[in-house]
Design a protein around this ligand. Structure first.
Ligand code: AHR
Length: 523
């Protein structure tokens, strides 16, 4: 029996015997419209593309002469799909790759560019055919803001400062002449620049004290050209390394960095007999562990944020969660260092919980980048030859577009519990925002894979809500995914299982679902 077939049977059995769809539990969400003040930066909905596995090569970038429709070797179906998400930014070239990347190897005539070994990701030969100009071409096609990460680990200050000069200067200089020789007259005017990546690990194994000194030194030579003010992102902590944040913030000199990163992946989920857990073969224990592990993001942001508050009470420095997402075992038969994994309804819900967490911390979280856009980790799209699949996570991002640059509506949630095997989690996770047109959007997520949830949303101070509309993402199998050549199992559907009366809306949420409500509150 094939794996896919046995998974299907497992899903059906789970649905028939493991579920109690009729049971309903109750939760309450109070939404404080009058306290809405913090903008949810659209940059929270950012993405990440590293020279890793099939993300750039075979994901965004096709072979010369490929029959797959492309513009200047950039794959058009991938661009079209990502444009549906209005992606606000794209982080590049890494990741660990950034600290072994020498940008001058990726400019000029392609047939003269040197090759290198991508030591982090499978030891494959990188031909440097996708470099600075190709990345900016991609960003222009995606209508998105570039986020470039410089090499501190194995590069020099001169190399990093010349890259910024090449990108942003309008003066006469060897770097701007070189840019013009390579076909670009106007500066690229890049705003977001990362000063190294994971410098506590693959980016040089530095101590926080050493890195804090280095970031002051490097950033001194990253100039602002013309009116463009760089937003420099310093390498921040891995997971709960609070000492890293303490040292970086205490040693920060004003203007050396405007953002401090945080990396946290949903992984190490205590899957039985596996190191990481598999993307599509999992049981309810792994489902439960996944979400208890995902929820750690909230604690990390609160605790790193509290340290930042001590040194930056005005919250000028952004917490930049520039790597997050699920990290499962690779799909069978693929290169273990290419990090290619499938994506199920579980991933869609992980994205929903994380995006709710980021929205609710919009005063401190200024940007976040899910890892990674195409064919790597929790991808938005997967490609196979000329085929493309939009993953369940893609649809979460599509549904959440309404929160881009809207104003956060603070909320209090009293959630029913999702209990499993003697442990319990809040079943309901939510965030809400108000847009310029006066429409409110409430995103709700039910983590319970078996029980419906009755959720009552209340707007104190409001007489009634009008123009109610709903959308949902849901499934009847915990491991449903979208596969090549098959009709989509997971996408966005219209949703109408709610009732409104006065200032209350009561929603009947299906198991393992995400619901987005749109409404106009009237005083
Ligand atoms: O996203 C994959 C890798 O995870 C990145 O290269 C690195 O920064 C992190 O450890």
């Amino acid at each position: 029996m094939s794996i896919r077939f046995s998974l299907k049977i497992a899903g059906i059995l789970f649905f028939l015997f493991g579920s109690s769809i009729d049971s309903i539990s109750q939760s309450k969400v109070i939404l404080y419209l009058d306290s809405a003040k913090h903008k949810i930066s659209r940059h929270i909905y950012g993405h990440f593309a590293e020279h890793l596995g099939r993300c750039i090569y075979d994901g965004f970038w096709v072979e010369e002469g490929s029959k797959i429709p492309n513009q200047g070797r950039i794959r058009l179906d991938v661009v079209d799909a990502l444009k549906e998400l209005d992606i606000p930014n794209l982080r590049w070239p890494g990741g660990c790759f950034a600290d072994e990347y020498h940008w001058k190897d990726g400019i000029g005539p392609r047939d003269q560019r040197p090759t290198m070994i991508n030591t982090n990701w499978g030891g494959v030969t990188e031909d440097n055919s996708f470099g600075t100009h190709e990345f900016f071409q991609l960003c222009e096609m995606l209508e998105t803001e570039p986020v470039v990460v410089g090499n501190m680990g194995s590069g020099t200050i001169q190399e990093m400062s010349q890259w910024v000069e090449y990108l942003n200067s309008d003066n006469v200089s060897p770097m701007t002449d070189l840019r013009k020789e390579n076909g670009r007259t106007d500066p690229f005017d890049i705003k977001y620049f990362g000063v190294g990546n994971e410098n506590w690990g693959c980016g040089g194994n530095m101590t926080p004290e050493y890195y804090a000194d280095q970031v002051r030194r490097y950033s001194t030579f990253l100039e602002n050209y013309g009116d463009n003010q760089l937003y420099k992102i310093a390498c921040g902590a891995n997971r709960a390394n609070y000492n890293w944040t303490e040292v970086l913030m205490s040693k920060r000199k004003r203007k050396t960095f405007q953002g401090l990163s945080l990396h946290y992946y949903t992984t190490r989920i205590k899957a039985v007999g596996r190191e990481r857990g598999h993307a599509i073969e999992f049981d309810e224990q792994e489902w439960f562990n996944t979400f208890s592990n995902t929820m750690v993001m909230d604690e990390l942001i609160s605790k790193h944020g509290a340290i930042m508050d001590k040194y930056d009470p005005e919250k000028e420095v952004g917490l930049i969660v520039d790597e997050w997402g699920t990290w499962w075992e690779v799909e069978e038969g693929t290169n273990p260092r290419f990090l290619y994994q499938q994506n199920t309804i579980r991933d869609a819900l992980v994205a929903s919980v994380n995006l709710n967490i980021f929205n609710n911390h919009a005063d401190r979280v200024h940007m976040a980048n899910i890892a990674q856009t195409v064919n790597v980790l929790q991808a938005m799209v997967l490609t196979q030859g000329a085929q493309i699949v939009r993953t369940p996570s893609f649809y979460t991002f599509k549904m959440y577009k309404v929160h881009h640059d809207a104003t956060l509506i603070p909320s209090d949630v009293k959630s029913a519990q999702y209990a499993y095997n003697g442990e319990a989690l809040d079943a309901i996770h939510t965030s809400a925002s108000l847009n310029k047109e006066g429409q409110a959007h409430i995103s709700l997520c039910n983590l319970d894979p078996k029980m419906n949830q009755k959720v009552t949303c209340i707007f104190p101070g409001i007489q009634k809500t009008v123009d109610l509309k709903g959308q949902s993402i849901s499934s009847t199998e915990i491991n449903a995914f979208n596969d090549f050549g098959q009709p989509e199992k997971i996408n966005i559907q219209a949703f109408s299982d709610f009732k409104s009366k006065g200032n209350e809306i009561t929603i009947n949420m299906p198991p393992m679902s995400i619901v987005m409500l749109e409404l106009t509150p009237k005083k």
